[in-house]
Design a binder for this molecule. Structure first.
Ligand code: IPD
Ligand code: CA
Length: 279
């Protein structure tokens, strides 16, 4: 049967490549920083320009589709996942990296229909690596099939997590205490690229066994979620329950044995859902 979303996925790949070229160009110039929720939650003109570019190009081709975009939500658009075909966009994942010239920045485009993720595209634009995942059809990097690691021993594993942008003392303590417990299992190493989308592609590639975080948003992980599962990996909530895209909590891993072992060590802290109704 013909894939009903092939045209949309091809378009996502093309527009992600175009967006990545804009980001690479912008990296050559001085970046003017603006702040969103706090002094460490950064945004630049490039984030806004790239999101506008992606949405305008998709709207022209698929005028009935819906959008959830990081910068549109920051500007007050609702963050609600409906049954309508929906593009979930992070124009610049790794904005802090981008601002500092730390060379891991990705364009992340996930696509859901009836609240189910159909495909994901992550373009790691400095490395020039195009990751794709299509539900039921596998995950690829530049055309090469991706497969998660087959490691089941946590003590032989490398794990990724991130410090996020919350600087509340209690939250930071919980993040560090979780990292300390995991490091001291002991695991081979603990890493973080500064972009959730890229972290998930590293799980899918088998470079690390797992990536977990509380505080990420749906646009950081929608595309990566398809790429991880299509590479044979698993997604869970940080309490071991089912993964929920809008919950801002996720463990992605090569298998359930590794995911469950990590979950045992996570100190959970509250993060307001992406789809929480604002008063
Ligand atoms: C952030 C990155 C980072 C993760 C944060 C995200 P942004 O996205 O993905 O790795 O730790 O939770 O918000 O702000 O660079 O688009
Ligand atoms: Ca992001």
């Amino acid at each position: 049967m013909e894939d009903p979303w092939k045209e949309a996925m091809d378009h996502a790949v093309a527009v992600a490549r175009k967006a990545g070229a804009v980001i690479r160009d912008a990296l050559q110039n001085e970046v003017k920083i603006m702040c969103k929720s706090s002094s460490v939650d950064l945004v630049t003109k490039t984030d806004q320009k790239v999101e506008n570019l992606i949405i305008a190009s998709v709207k022209e081709k698929f005028p009935t589709h819906s959008f959830i975009g990081e910068e549109s939500v920051a500007a007050g658009h609702p963050c609600i996942l409906s049954d309508n075909p929906t593009w979930i966009i992070d124009p610049v994942d790794g904005t802090t990296n981008f601002v500092h010239g730390f060379p891991f920045v990705a364009v992340s485009i996930g696509f859901a229909v009836k609240k189910e993720l159909e495909f994901g595209v992550v373009y790691s634009c400095v490395e020039d690596k195009m990751y794709t995942g299509r539900k039921g059809k596998g995950a690829f990097c530049d055309g090469e099939k991706l497969q998660v690691s087959d490691q089941t021993d946590i003590k032989k594993s490398m794990i990724i997590s991130e410090l996020g942008s919350n600087r509340d003392h209690e939250t930071v303590s919980k993040i560090f205490s979780t990292m300390q417990k995991i490091l001291c299992i002991p695991v081979h190493g603990l890493r973080g690229s500064g972009t959730a989308a890229t972290n998930m592609c590293l799980v899918a590639s088998g470079a690390v066994e797992a990536f977990f975080e509380i505080g990420i948003h749906c646009w950081d992980i929608a595309a990566g979620a398809v790429i991880v599962t299509e590479a044979g990996g698993v997604l869970l909530d940080v309490d071991g329950g089912p993964f929920d895209l809008m919950s801002r909590r996720m463990v992605s891993a090569n298998n359930k044995t590794i995911a469950d072992r990590i979950i045992k060590e996570i100190d959970i802290f509250p993060a307001e859902r992406d789809d929480a109704v604002k008063k």
